[in-house]
Design a protein around this ligand. Structure first.
Ligand code: GLU
Length: 511
């Protein structure tokens, strides 16, 4: 048999902002498609009108774009199986639901919500749990208990009905999952799920999902672990339709877990601990907002790199992966079964790694407006040079401002702790001598001046640490930061001397 073309889909429901767990599902689908020369499809599953949230669909597409996850077939891209939005495929599903009724795998049910509620309460009162399954379906108002003519007339007079799947009784459903292996579930533990509702003329998730995966020739379903309980039903639906031979392979991805404690990473964890759980900033229809990785200053490459490793690793020490490297190395066999603990610190670590290799000119484009806001104007070249000196210390582009501002503006304040520690009479006297040494140089460069001054300090048996920290306070206002000679070179000799004089005037002779 010819090798089947790999076709995967990311099938989000537009019920709100896309959680990072959803982005990871999209990413793994994308990596798998690219790795295997297949197609990546975006299908919007919007048949649950109750949960539809305006703006969510656009958010999903923008998020994927920001992440660099490109779509082969979808709402904007089109494709041979268009439309890719389930609400526009409405007409397709009824006939499939009816087909299952005809071949004995589904039935009409006419019970109203109130009747079912009353039944549930009655069961509860008797200490039992109500399940709509083989134990009740022949006793309730269904096409299994009513006569065909009664069913027909109820439908014709416009009674509200649903079509339910007729879950077999006491059958061991045998399933395979690429990540989890072989699974067996007894069908008696499952209920008769609704497949189609006359009230809104829409299929439920289960029916639409199976029908569309079949019609769209999906070869692999890669989705979150929360869908594993639906797998037996999905297997049985493929069988009921007679599509078992071409049903997709399944892979259920592990959950993303909270940074600490038990359970799934939730939006509330993000609010509580101050890290984003969404790729982009989100404003909900009710006006509430949630932070996003993009707006928090993450590089999309760092975000993707971090997400890729939450649940997958190639079994080597490598941690930094470009998208192409991920594509080259990704396999579902290396996805773990157990949940992946999310770490906000590790997310920052990844960003820092990408910061270190980011292009100085591109970062300068981000720094220039921040400087301008402080009333500082400089050239892109100067900004890029300043960035190159401190980039190692930044995690986010927004850090660049505080790390470079003293390269464009003399300190107006001096860090109290640094002053208390190093601005002492003895040091200040030596700093004045150092000033004379620097004044005697024609220019200050890190390369030439630094070794010379170091030698002078050694010859005089001064403490290098004490003196250099005093110099640092004078020039940048704090006893930390990159090479002070590199900064002096950057600001120039005159400015260096002026800053020393300024500090001496403001801070005095020290105690
Ligand atoms: N619409 C489902 C969701 O929102 C898709 C599940 C699946 O991939 O089958 O997650």
């Amino acid at each position: 048999m010819a090798e089947r073309r790999v076709r995967v889909r990311f099938a989000p429901s537009p019920t709100g902002a896309l959680h990072i767990g959803g982005v990871r599902t999209a990413l793994y689908n994308y990596l798998f498609a690219r790795r295997n020369g297949g197609d990546f499809i975006l299908r919007i599953e919007d048949t649950d009108s109750q949960r539809f949230v305006p703006g969510a669909e656009a958010y999903i597409m923008e998020a994927l774009k920001w992440c660099g996850i490109s779509i082969d077939e979808g709402i904007n891209e089109g494709g041979p199986h268009a439309p890719y939005r389930q609400s526009e495929r409405k007409e397709i599903y009824l006939k499939y639901a009816q087909q299952l009724v005809e071949n004995g795998n589904a039935y009409y049910a006419f019970d109203s919500a109130e009747e079912l509620d009353a039944l549930r309460k009655q069961y509860e009162a008797e200490g039992k749990t109500f399940a709509y399954n083989y134990t009740v379906r022949e006793k309730l108002q269904t096409s299994l208990s009513l006569s065909p003519s009664e069913v027909k007339s109820r439908i014709e007079r416009g009674d509200v009905w649903v079509i339910r799947f007729k879950m077999p009784e006491n059958e061991d459903v045998e399933m395979d999952d690429i990540i989890r292996g072989h699974i067996t579930i007894n069908s008696s533990t499952l209920d008769d799920k609704v497949l189609y509702k006359s009230a809104d003329q829409l299929p439920t998730y289960h029916l639409a999902n199976i029908v569309d995966d079949h019609l769209m020739e999906i070869s692999h379903v890669i989705r979150g672990e929360e869908w594993l309980p639906s797998l037996p039903l999905h297997y049985l639906l493929y069988r009921a339709f007679g599509w078992a031979d071409t049903q997709p392979a399944f892979a259920h991805l592990p959950l993303l877990l909270k940074p600490q404690g038990q359970g799934k990473l939730s939006k509330r964890d993000g609010d509580k601990f101050g890290f984003p759980v969404f790729p982009l900033f989100w404003t909900a229809p009710d006006g509430s907002t949630a932070n996003g990785y993009r707006e928090d200053g993450y590089f999309p490459q760092a975000f993707i790199n971090m997400l890729a490793l939450l649940g997958w690793n190639p079994g080597t020490e490598q941690e930094i992966f470009s998208m192409q490297e991920l594509i080259d190395q990704f396999s579902l066999e290396k996805v773990s079964k157990s949940g992946a603990r999310f770490s906000p610190d590790k997310a920052k670590w990844f960003n820092q790694q990408y910061m270190r290799v980011a292009d100085d000119n591109e970062l300068a484009d981000k720094l220039l407006p921040m400087l301008a806001e402080q009333g500082i104007s400089t050239t892109k070249e100067r900004a890029a040079k300043a960035i190159s000196l401190i980039k190692e210390r930044a995690i986010f582009p927004k850090d660049l401002l505080s790390l470079t501002i003293y390269m464009f503006q003399a300190p107006t304040e001096y860090d109290e702790k640094s002053v208390a520690k190093f601005w002492k009479a003895d040091n200040v006297a030596k700093l004045k001598e150092l000033r004379a040494q620097l004044a005697a140089e024609s220019v200050i460069t890190a390369e030439a001046t630094e070794p010379k001054i170091h030698q002078w300090v050694v010859d005089n048996q001064y403490s290098m640490g004490q003196l250099m920290n005093s110099l640092r306070i004078a020039i940048i206002g704090i006893s930390q930061g990159p090479s002070i000679f590199a900064i002096s070179e950057f600001i120039g000799k005159d400015e260096t001397l002026a800053r020393i004089d300024n500090a001496l005037a403001k801070l005095g002779e020290g105690k």
